[in-house]
Design a protein around this ligand. Structure first.
Ligand code: DX5
Ligand code: ZN
Length: 218
């Protein structure tokens, strides 16, 4: 198993002061940045120019979550920009194996995301090409939605597939993760946790990062 990690999402933080917001979570394991193109999801956030700037303002690893069409074309540029981890959606990628290898060649971790209704089983064999699987626990597009308990059995099945593979593949969950829901995710088998509203809606975001980590570790 990989160590428990908390990767706060800046989606619902002050996007006009990204550097300032990231400075409020020094003990985070990485900063989760949601890139949306208003095609794959009905929302538009930010892209490569903003992330290139953010790169200069933080030494925390950048965990990029691409919710965009044609990830094959756009994902490598985020690795070239110095992002430590790049997540593409399997529903928006033509050649996930080729893309994962390309990201590795550029020095980034390769991560593949699944929407809540996308099953893990068809992709079991390609998990060995990845460093991380992101299981969405809300429909992607917006922060502040409520956690979908119906994804819990998929988290458990993914954990079993990863265990059988004998490889160190992180299972990240994203959407509605809070002090209230994180234990359910952890006991189902998740080890990396995205939390947006829970962290940036707290009066002390960094203390919330620690509280989430403790609760996830049980
Ligand atoms: C949703 C994004 C999430 C979102 C999580 O599409 O991928 O990263 O910011 O926000 P919360 O924690 O508020 O659900
Ligand atoms: Zn995300």
């Amino acid at each position: 198993r990989v160590p428990v990690a908390i990767t706060p999402s800046v989606l619902n933080a002050d996007l006009a002061d990204l550097a300032g917001e990231v400075a409020r979570i020094p003990s985070a394991d990485a900063v989760h940045v949601d890139v949306m193109d208003s095609h794959f999801v009905p929302n538009l956030t930010l892209g490569l120019p903003v992330i290139t700037s953010l790169r200069r303002h933080t030494s925390l690893p950048l965990d990029i979550h691409l919710m965009i069409e044609d990830a094959d074309r756009w994902a490598p540029a985020y690795a070239e920009a110095g992002c430590e981890s790049v997540t593409f959606h399997v529903e928006a990628t033509r050649a996930p194996i080729r893309l994962a290898r390309e990201l590795h060649a550029l020095g980034a971790r390769a991560s593949m995301a699944l929407r809540p209704a996308t099953p893990i089983e068809p992709y079991a064999e390609l998990l060995g090409e990845l460093d991380q699987v992101l299981l969405m626990t809300v429909e992607p597009g917006f922060g502040g939605q409520s956690f979908l308990d119906l994804v819990l059995p998929k988290i458990a099945r993914t954990r079993e597939i990863v265990r059988r593979s004998g490889q160190q593949i992180a299972i990240q969950v994203d959407g509605g993760v809070s002090l209230e829901t994180i234990e359910r995710c952890a006991s189902a088998g998740a080890d990396v946790f995205v939390a947006g509203t829970a962290v940036f809606g707290a009066s002390d975001p960094d203390a919330m990062v620690s509280a989430l980590r403790e609760r996830a570790a049980g």
